[in-house]
Structures are given as C-alpha cells and as structure tokens.
Design a protein around this ligand. Structure first.
Ligand code: CA
Length: 223
C-alpha cells in the first residue's frame, strides 16, 4: 500500500515508517498538518496515519479539510490514550478509525490492512462490460444481451481476464499464469479447450463474435 504518515514526533514517525517499509509498503512522511494536508490532497494514498496533536493545523482539521475537498482516503487517527472527546471529534470529522497511543505495531498493521482492504473494495467496480456482455464480479455471474451465461469458475476467470484486457492480445502463457496460476506445459491445449467452451457459451447465436483468435499470438476480446 501507499501510506502517508502525518506525525510531528520525528522519532515515532521514523520507526513507523521503517516498520511499514519492512512490510513492503511505500511510505511518505509529513511532520505537520499543513504539509500532511498538501501531500494528501491528491488522494493518491491508500491510507493516511494522522496524529491529532500537530503543530499548526491539527489532525481533526486535516481530516475535515480532506473530506471537504472530496478526498476519501481512509484515515487512521492517532489519539492520546483516553482522549474520548478527540476520538469522537475525529470520527465526526471524517476519520475512519483511531488508535490510542502508545500502540503496538502489530495493531497498527492490522488496522491499516483493514482500512486498505476497504479502500480496494470501494475502488473495485461491481461489474465490467463490453458491448452487450456484462460480468458481475461480486456475484460471479455473466450475461450477454440480458441472458445469463452459465460458466464454471475457470471459464469465468478466463472471461474476466480477457475482458480486463479488452482490445489487447493475451498470450496462452499469460492466460495459463493468470487463470490457472502455475506453469502448465506450454504445449498443453488447456487454454484452447477453454476458449472453445467460452465461445460456445458467449458468442454462439450472436451476430458479433467477441472472442478473437490472433494467429500465432493468443486471444483477444473486442475489436
Ligand atoms: Ca503529536
């Protein structure tokens, strides 16, 4: 994840940064509210860790201004222990969660994971579609021209992969990698067999064929 830490205690900010980077995250640090606000304003971070007690603009005001500016990045507030008022004001100001100081890093990581997951789910659309083909990603259902297409899980995964790469050629080995998740023998005709199944279900009976074979290269969906 791409995480912004806004914390004026430099040592604490440094330690948190190190812990998060060791977990594989990319981290920006700001030491006051104004810098934090400026860095957060483009909405590019997945999560913001925001201390409440900051010089200049405090964390609550930073939250308010971000929400007023339509930045919806999840915010984890760092509050003083037992500062109930701060927590309530923080949540009212649009923060998503809070963590009292001092905190255990394990707990910080767990909270960030939860907030990050929410973010990813919120970003993910429910459906993807092209022409009259619609895939419902949550229910794992497909339909074309309003009619449900019965697909096995592998067929659905293959169709989803083709649709996500709409207009691009995907090779057999990319498909194997993505849909089956391991190295299958490249000589295997597994992909071709499944594409044949899919064509029968998706294209048969329709004027326009969506799934194309690109000779010597692989397959593509759409024009
Ligand atoms: Ca502080």
């Amino acid at each position: 994840m791409y995480i912004l830490i806004v914390e004026d205690e430099r040592r604490l900010a440094q330690v948190v940064r190190k812990v998060l980077e060791e977990e594989g995250h990319t981290v920006d640090v700001a030491h006051d509210g104004e810098d934090g606000l400026a860095m957060a304003m483009d909405g590019s971070h997945d999560v913001i860790v925001l201390d409440i007690l900051l010089p200049g603009i405090d964390g609550i005001e930073v939250s308010q201004r971000l929400r007023a500016g339509r930045v919806d990045t999840p915010i984890l507030l760092l509050t003083a222990l037992n500062a109930v008022d701060d927590r309530v004001r923080g949540l009212d100001a649009g923060a998503d969660d809070y963590l009292p100081k001092p905190f255990a890093f394990q707990e910080l990581l767990a909270r960030l994971r939860a907030l990050g997951r929410r973010r990813v789910q919120a970003r993910e659309p429910d459906t993807i579609q092209t022409a009259d083909l619609v895939l419902d990603l949550r229910r794992r259902r497909a339909e074309r021209a309003g009619k449900t297409i019965e697909l096995s899980p592998k067929e659905f995964a293959l169709l989803e992969f083709l649709l996500r790469n709409e207009g691009r050629v995907v090779t057999r080995s990319q498909i194997l990698d993505h849909v089956w998740g391991y190295d299958y023998s490249p000589d295997s005709n597994l992909v071709d067999v499944y594409v044949t199944y899919l064509r029968r279900k998706v294209d048969r009976g329709h004027k326009r064929s969506l799934i194309r074979t690109v000779r010597g290269a692989g397959y593509a969906l759409g024009d």
